[in-house]
Design a protein around this ligand. Structure first.
Ligand SMILES: [Zn+2]
Ligand SMILES: [Zn+2]
Length: 368
């Protein structure tokens, strides 16, 4: 049965994530988000952290679009636009996100996204009155291009991932009305009261702001993805970006000395991040572990990919490829799994030294 139309509706804002809108709907209706989700026919009640519906906020379907429209008059198109599926075929593969979410407890960064938590710009939250942007969930969300500050990762009061919910999180809070500018993670059964706009965000480096802007333009389809002067499919451009992140992790710390002009802070942050990801080699293919790490990867990798032709691309990738060959890890599995564009595979292969037994991870049957 379709739900009845709610009397009070606040429309979603541009770029807002679905959970944020449900929270703001709860706020205007003065009831807990779980209740408003019920009134909207979303059927989330009682879902705990371990059995969260894996699709909440990832991809909507006909049933969700229908019920939300009946309850709020908000169109299916707007509802779709609040889901991570917006980034499918770009920085994310929705199929991969869904299958990981079903198979495991949601874990930070495996699919380069934080399905339940988020990063955040405290200035944006203040200005918008608590509108959480969808792209803040992406593992490469590092800085706010508008306010030029580092995004927050964790709540300074409770130490939790923002919007995660707490130790035993639920999809949406069942008991309390969460002001959308506050943390409200559950700490020993009570909502954390940290007000995010009060947190002083660190200023971002110009280089990172520029890199983030460019990365977002490609993610949102505002800029054509080009690699070595060749137009490439968006998903392949992001595969090449991921490949560079993995190569960089594999080559640390030596790669830092071979790459020209890497700022000191980047080196420090990347080494610390490798300490975290490197504990389990299987995590080498995961997304940046923090906003700071994302900033460092953007600052180092984006200039490598911004080249006019294949030869230049190959030359810039040389330090990464050669260190990986020396370390004997060019054939690492997370690399081979990535569907990189041919121009990128070619640029990498050209830097594998002749006479070495190393092979490019994307080399097909010795065609080149
Ligand atoms: Zn901002
Ligand atoms: Zn908190």
């Amino acid at each position: 049965m379709l739900p009845r139309r709610l009397a009070l509706v606040t429309p979603p804002r541009p770029g807002e994530t679905f959970g944020s809108w449900v929270d703001r709907m709860a706020r205007v209706n003065r009831c807990p988000p779980a209740e408003v989700a019920d009134l909207m026919g979303l059927r989330l009640r009682g879902a705990s952290g371990e059995v969260r519906p894996p699709v909440f906020g990832v991809q909507s379907d006909e049933a969700v679009r229908h019920t939300v429209y009946a309850a709020t008059g908000i169109s299916g198109g707007l509802v779709d636009g609040m889901h991570l599926s917006v980034f499918d075929g770009g920085p994310l593969s929705v199929a991969a996100v869904l299958s990981t979410a079903k198979a495991h407890l949601p874990s930070t960064g495996r699919e380069w996204v934080e399905v339940y938590g988020s990063r955040a710009c405290p200035h944006c939250l203040l200005v918008s009155g608590g509108v959480w942007q969808l792209w803040w969930k992406l593992s490469c969300a590092a800085v706010c291009p508008e306010h030029q500050v580092m995004l927050l990762d964790r709540c300074p009061s409770c130490g939790g991932v923002l919007r995660w919910g707490g130790n035993r999180p639920r999809v949406v809070p069942a008991q309390w009305v969460r002001p959308p500018t506050c943390c409200a993670n559950s700490v020993r059964g009570r909502p954390c009261s940290q007000w995010f706009p009060a947190i002083r965000a660190r200023r971002a480096h110009d280089r990172t702001v520029e890199a983030q802007r460019r990365w977002l333009d490609i993610a949102f389809g505002r800029a054509r993805p080009v690699l070595g002067g060749v137009d490439v499919p968006t998903s392949e451009w992001f595969a090449a970006f991921r490949a560079c992140v993995i190569l960089l992790r594999l080559g640390l710390p030596r790669a830092l000395g071979c790459l020209p002009g890497v700022p000191v802070w980047c080196g420090r942050v990347l080494l610390a991040e490798r300490g975290e990801r490197g504990l389990h080699r299987s995590q080498f293919g995961w997304g940046p572990a923090s906003a700071e790490a994302a900033a460092a990867f953007l600052a180092v990798v984006m200039p490598l990919l911004a080249t006019a032709n294949v030869r230049e691309l190959s030359r810039r990738l040389a330090p990464l490829v050669r260190t990986a060959v020396d370390e004997g890890c060019l054939a690492a599995r997370p690399l081979a799994r990535l569907a990189v564009p041919e121009v990128f595979a070619e640029a990498v292969a050209a830097q594998v030294p002749v006479g070495r037994s190393a092979r490019s991870p994307w080399r097909k049957g010795g065609s080149w």
